[in-house]
Design a protein around this ligand. Structure first.
Ligand code: MEV
Length: 406
């Protein structure tokens, strides 16, 4: 059987449809429907969707990424292929909704503590509909803030939103419960909004690389121990230098944000949350360590993703792609997305600490050109090799090479 990457687009679709029993259908939402998704719609734009195969929690997964950058899909595939598997867990879907009140902070705090039982009951009642999805009200924490403009009290409502991303549920609840608070507290309710810092909704994934990685390293004529040492030094630089850390985190987001796009998630919320979590709390998003010849990597990130409601309902592609990926719930999706983030992070740093990233990048570029001029099977590899050797990456040159081969 042909390798997946050597198949035509149609063959790839048919292969995935055959192994999952689910049809792609039309991934694009029609313009009339899009017209009601945002305002002033004038069209739509397109991005390619690529496939990554990975083993997560003992299950082979088909993962979709959508982005404009070559090499990201290939890097993630390679990282999964070289690994012994990824194991992930999800903390549960607890999000925070904030209400900010202006006034005498001490008095507001006393008053809120006095009515706390009632406020909790009122909150629980308003969120009762979430209980049938395993969610609901979890609790309230109260904090004070003071700045040059005055004193404020912040209420954190902890709410389990189940499989929804949760923004609409929480913002509606906050506007509703704030009316109750206004009637009980002497202060001005200034602000009612979900916090995208979803620290209680997190995913951790650990991956392991051993024999397959060693074979790959040695097949390229490198020393495994030296490669691991260099790799860990490269990682340590990202953990101690902000310039490298930013690019390192960007590499993690190559996987997470492009999966977010493919599965119709709010990638801005995910990015805001992950970057604040990493920078404000000074937590590296990923860590790597070595035990003998085994390399371990771990990612720990906030992950507010939804498998129901929002764009999953209003756009066509998220549901189809989630179905083909066999996504069970928001925790499962979060684990898939964090795993690709870790895979891309490993892939980027492995290449950076060995041959650099450009060689692989140009190889892929050459491959794409060879395929576009009609090369097939072994012709592709021959043309790619020749283009790299000659350092010429044009369509004309690829056509010329194909002519010579045939
Ligand atoms: C490029 O999109 C991503 C990298 O820069 C990530 C990294 O440097 O770790 C290769």
């Amino acid at each position: 059987m042909k390798k997946f990457r050597d198949m035509s687009i149609q063959e790839r679709r048919e292969y995935l449809e055959r192994i999952t029993g689910i049809e792609f259908g039309d991934l694009e939402t029609d313009l009339e429907r899009l017209n009601s998704v945002i305002e002033n719609v004038v069209g739509r734009i397109t991005l390619p969707v690529g496939v990554v195969f990975g083993n997560i929690n003992g299950r082979d997964r088909i993962i979709f990424l959508s982005l404009e950058e070559p090499s990201v899909v290939a890097a993630a595939n390679k990282a999964f292929k070289l690994s012994d598997g990824f194991v992930g867990s999800y903390s549960g879907s607890v999000m925070i909704g904030n209400i900010y009140i202006r006034g005498n902070a001490r008095e507001i705090l006393d008053r809120l503590n006095h009515i706390r039982d009632d406020l909790e009951r009122e909150s629980r009642d308003r969120l009762r509909k979430l209980e049938k999805y395993g969610g609901g009200f979890q609790g309230i924490d109260i904090h004070t803030i003071s700045n040059t403009r005055g004193e404020f009290v912040r209420l954190d409502f902890r709410i389990n939103v189940g499989d929804a991303m949760g923004a609409n549920i929480i913002n509606s609840f906050l506007e509703d419960i704030s009316e109750y608070i206004k009637s009980k507290v002497d202060g001005k309710v200034l602000l009612r909004i979900l916090s995208n810092l979803s620290i209680h909704r997190r995913v951790t994934v650990t991956a392991k690389w051993s024999e397959r990685l060693r074979e790959e390293v040695e097949s390229r004529g490198m020393n495994y121990t030296e490669v691991l040492d260099d790799f860990l030094d490269v990682i340590s630089i990202a953990h101690s230098d902000i310039y490298r850390k930013t690019t390192y985190n960007k590499g993690i987001m190559n996987g997470i944000s492009s999966a977010a796009l493919a599965y119709g998630q709010d990638w801005r919320a995910i990015e805001a949350s992950i970057h604040t979590y990493s920078n404000y709390f000074q937590i590296p998003l990923t860590t790597f360590w070595r035990e003998g010849n085994i390399l371990y990597g771990k990612i720990d990130v906030p992950m507010a993703v939804g498998t129901v409601g929002g764009s999953v309902k209003s756009l066509s592609h998220p549901k189809v792609l989630m179905d083909i990926s066999g996504v069970k719930d928001s925790g499962d999706l979060g684990i898939i997305m964090a795993s690709v983030g870790l895979a891309n992070n490993f892939g980027a740093n492995f290449h950076l600490s060995t041959e650099g990233i450009q060689r692989g990048h140009m190889k892929l570029h050459a491959r794409n050109i060879a395929i576009s001029v009609g090369a097939q099977g072994e012709e592709i590899d021959r043309i790619v090799e020749e283009m790299i050797r000659a350092n010429r990456f044009s369509y004309e040159f690829a056509r010329e090479l194909l002519g010579k081969i045939r």
